[in-house]
Design a binder for this molecule. Structure first.
Ligand code: ZN
Length: 283
């Protein structure tokens, strides 16, 4: 069976060794099967952190590594109306609410409650403050020019779905999802028109991605992505989460190693084939 995978970095800096491992992991799988496709997507939806020069550098560095991709590069910032349309559909289902809270507001609420403060991805679990606002009060605050994020009402979303969710992790079998532990995730931020969760699931569906490859640090987020896929009627891809890069003794690479960019390595005389050998486990 053929597959479509993708590499989807954010252009917030130069690619480093960890990115190379992740790109090779998806690329090798796509290139190992007849008709396999490997896509490149730039997740540059956050205008405060992404830079065009890094977007260009990513493509140069991948080409230097000998990694080719199929079709055009998808640049998320060029498709904002598509993400808006997805948000509108969720809103029409009654599953979104505006959240006016600052981080300080959320911290204060959490300090007053017994709930676990952090989701698996390290974000704060939202205590639900704005979910309880009346429609009139919401309209008032919006009319007053208060900025807001859009959150998914997770309880309502799971009620609507009505069945437990799971996904296929290649080589491991079905994994049961526990999206509740993320609470009401942000789908559009105050300072960015859509969030990672929304854009990544939208694009994987649009681009026909059948195998999502990415680091194990993002595995827990799959729980949220399955929720969005089912709500939106998007197909379910398979998943392969790879281990993060470690040194010869099994420790996660020291910051200075991780931070060494492919450009630095190249300038130091490291060749692409040396990197392919060093990252031979990523397949
Ligand atoms: Zn709020």
């Amino acid at each position: 069976m053929s597959i479509t995978t993708r590499f989807a970095p954010s252009p917030t800096g130069y690619l480093h060794l960890g990115h190379a491992a992740s790109a090779l992991f998806g690329w090798r799988r796509a290139r190992a099967v007849d008709g396999g496709r490997f896509l490149l997507r730039l997740e540059d939806i956050d205008p405060t952190r992404c830079r065009p020069e890094y977007a260009a550098a990513i493509q140069e560095d991948l080409a230097w590594l000998g990694i080719d991709w199929d079709g055009d590069v998808r640049v998320q910032s060029e498709h904002l109306p598509a993400y808006r349309a997805a948000l509108d559909r969720l809103d029409a289902m009654g599953l979104l609410f505006p959240c006016f809270c600052t981080r300080a507001d959320i911290m204060r609420e959490i300090a007053d409650s017994a709930a676990a403060p952090h989701a698996p991805d390290g974000s704060l679990v939202y205590p639900g403050t704005c979910r309880a606002l009346s429609p009139a009060r919401r309209a008032e605050r919006i009319a007053a020019g208060e900025r807001f994020a859009l959150r998914l009402d997770m309880t309502a979303a799971l009620d609507r779905i009505g069945v437990p969710l799971s996904y296929e992790e290649i080589g491991k079998g079905r994994v049961t999802c526990r999206p509740n532990r993320f609470g009401d995730v942000v789908l559009a931020r105050k300072d960015a028109p859509a969030s990672y969760h929304l854009c990544v699931t939208h694009d994987d569906a649009l681009q026909g991605v059948t195998l999502v490859t990415r680091g194990e640090d993002l595995q827990s987020a799959t729980d949220v992505h399955r929720v969005l896929q089912v709500l939106m009627g998007w197909p379910e891809p398979a998943y392969a989460h790879h281990a993060l890069l470690r040194d010869a003794t099994g420790r996660r690479l020291a910051k200075r190693d991780r931070d060494m960019s492919l450009r630095d390595l190249r300038a130091a005389g490291v060749t692409p084939s040396e990197l392919h050998r060093r990252l031979s486990d990523y397949r």
